[in-house]
Design a protein around this ligand. Sequence first.
Ligand SMILES: *Cc1c(COP(=O)(O)O)cnc(C)c1O
Length: 422
Amino acid sequence: MNRSTIWHPFTQHALEPPMRRIASTDGAYLIDEDGNRILDTISSWWVITHGHRHPKIMTAIRAATEVYDQIIFAEFSHEPAERLAEGLIEIAPPGLKHVFYSDSGSTSVEVAVKMALGYFHNRGEPRDRIVVMEGSYHGDTIGTMSTGERGVFNAAYEPLLFGVDRLPYPEAGGEQETLDRFEAFCRTGRVAALLIEPIVLGAGGMKIFGAHLLATLKDIAERYGCLVIADEVMTGWGRTGTMFACEQASITPDILCTSKGLTGGAVPLAATLATAEIFDSHLSTDRRKTFFHSSSYTANPIACAAAVANLDIWRIEPVFARIQRIETAHRRNLARYAGDARFAHSRQAGTIAALDLVVPAAGYLAEAGPRMRRLFRERGLLIRPLGNVLYLMPPYCVTEQEIDRAYDAIDEVASIVLRDAA
Ligand SMILES: *Cc1c(COP(=O)(O)O)cnc(C)c1O
């Protein structure tokens, strides 16, 4: 058995070969010790936006280390955190006015849920239910696992997870049922917030739903005084074609979570943005109404400086033109599979594209997933299917030729695994 000193995430060490060591990163590539270049088609778990080691971000980090390390963020502030907060408020959906820093997507969602409950608690309104959508993923802490989809991934922790109200995923034609269910939950008067991944459910299988549904959910929430928390940890920073996915529904959530692409993916940082109403509900001469949350590395100045550089890149460079080029390349390639019996449900939102592999039998996937990963790696590509869902979410520096190469590999690998299964 391969007993590894380092315990890797989402890894069954008994079944995986020893980890390849990556020696450096460059643009759209991971480069291993032997100099092999691996095309990072999933942006290193969805964090790298512009490309690995964007020079402006690397320079900003280097400069920040000349003057800062960690600084306690109670009692003190610092320029990178202030510049970043201003910049975030400028680009976020209008009406989000306050920025709370943490260090991962999961913590940004934990913070959001605590803000929502604190809002009602401080107003003396007894609301304690969170509504989520089936198939959602919000992180791997106990709180975010509670709000996410249940399954083999969290079965061991189930006894400690708190209950939430779940909306059926709005399959085509089933949107009204999702809306009706939400309204029914709201009518109980106990719903504090709807926590939702806008437009794309990421880890749940790159499921894409319409902006109209999101806008209608927000309408219903408003009518019943429920808050909306947008978990834009994955969808933020251009992934779905707009800076934030909420823009496509023209909504401003009460609370917005961002992390992955916040620093361009270079270093960990997260932010939870809130409206003045949420902030003000915690603003009181009564100390008990304080927002009681912190993590040691809150607003790390080096991470904030990286994020400020990221904002500059969005301001100065033609990032949306790059995103459009990726959208076009996805569309052209997905068209190859129209009517192809090996695949179903080809779909895309901005830079994200996905296809379901039509697998012969249930249970077959447990073997096919790791097998496909190996076959992709042999072809110099990092592609990690989610169950039978093959998807691409490349960094924005990727070229059209590189995207074509990824689809060629999908074509080839799908044929191999389906042939062997027949
Ligand atoms: C990745 C992800 C998270 C968790 O972020 P971490 O940084 O891994 O804790 C939360 N929500 C969504 C939508 C995500 O995709």
